[in-house]
Write a protein that binds this ligand. Structure first.
Ligand SMILES: [Zn+2]
Length: 289
């Protein structure tokens, strides 16, 4: 999955770090991220390259402000707004395109950087008194110098649900989304409900089915949509026809484990859950040693 980058390690504790020459700079613009792609490999600007660019092109202007994001092993990542600068070879690509690229730790960096960027972008002013917020010195937190309001990063919990019925799993396709492949039932947790209640509610809303034996599987950070995804398996409680919510889904169907497709991308919890179901069934049917 996207977070599985071992032996490399991801460190996300905030610190008021300074850039060094080989720090990586992430810049975003309207659903896009700045990088250079060479044969499926993505590369981010280094601070050294950004500095050299500003020396050459913008003698009089100062470097944009930067914010420390996270580190992967020894490599520090910073957020900087470079939208009005032109870099040779480095261009803005849609966030979605990063999913097919390498190395994997940069895919994680892109998605997580995007999540933090969206949060910083949308939390510049106090929601209580409208003053300009400032960054806390020690924590990933924006605070209001006027009323003391503390604004912490926003993460939206959502469930991914593998509904099974014997040898079959319920697969869906979303209506009007960029992602066109098979998915599982999914939805955001509402204020006041447990994740298990979200599972029951979403399955009922999207396909009109009752489920039982709800079991937690795994979680994953999904910065593309500012989510923390919680994976659950459950079973169909009673035979009933699928009643599709066509505003959400374009398709929902029971798929035999033999027909669950491979997952060359290896990023999403959804796809891992499909494969987990397929391999479990193969073992049960003696098709795996
Ligand atoms: Zn305030």
């Amino acid at each position: 999955m996207i977070q599985d980058i071992a032996p490399k390690k991801f460190y996300n504790q905030y610190a008021a770090k300074k850039t060094s020459a080989n720090s990586r700079i992430l810049s975003f613009s309207d659903g896009k991220i700045l990088y250079r792609e060479t044969a499926g490999e993505m590369d981010f600007l280094t601070f050294e390259q950004v500095e050299a660019h500003f020396m050459l092109e913008n003698e009089k202007s100062e470097l944009p402000v930067y914010t420390y994001l996270f580190s992967i092993d020894e490599e520090d990542f910073f957020l900087m707004d470079l939208q009005d600068q032109i870099f040779e070879d480095f261009t803005y690509h849609r966030m979605f395109e990063t999913r097919r690229l390498h190395p994997k730790e940069y895919v994680l960096a892109a998605a997580t950087g995007w999540h933090l960027y969206v949060w910083y972008r949308d939390n510049q002013f106090c929601g209580r008194c409208a003053q300009k917020l400032v960054h806390d010195e020690h924590l990933r937190m924006m605070k209001c110098p006027s009323c003391g309001n503390m604004v912490f990063p926003k993460i939206a919990p959502a469930v991914i649900v593998g509904v099974t019925n014997g040898d079959k799993i319920l697969m869906t396709k979303y209506a009007g989304r960029e992602y066109k492949k098979y998915a599982l039932i999914a939805g955001f947790t509402e204020i006041g409900e447990t994740a298990e209640q979200t599972v029951e509610r979403e399955v009922m809303e999207e396909v009109g089915l009752h489920v039982k034996n709800i079991r937690y599987y795994k979680s994953q950070p999904w910065g593309y949509d500012s989510d923390l995804l919680l994976g659950y398996f459950c079973e169909l409680a009673e035979e009933h026809e699928i009643e599709l919510d066509e505003t959400e889904l374009s398709l929902a169907e029971w798929v035999d484990y033999k027909d669950v497709p491979d997952d060359p991308e290896g990023l999403s919890l959804t796809r891992e859950m499909m494969l987990t179901f397929r391999e479990k069934k193969k073992r049960e049917h003696g098709e795996l040693s």
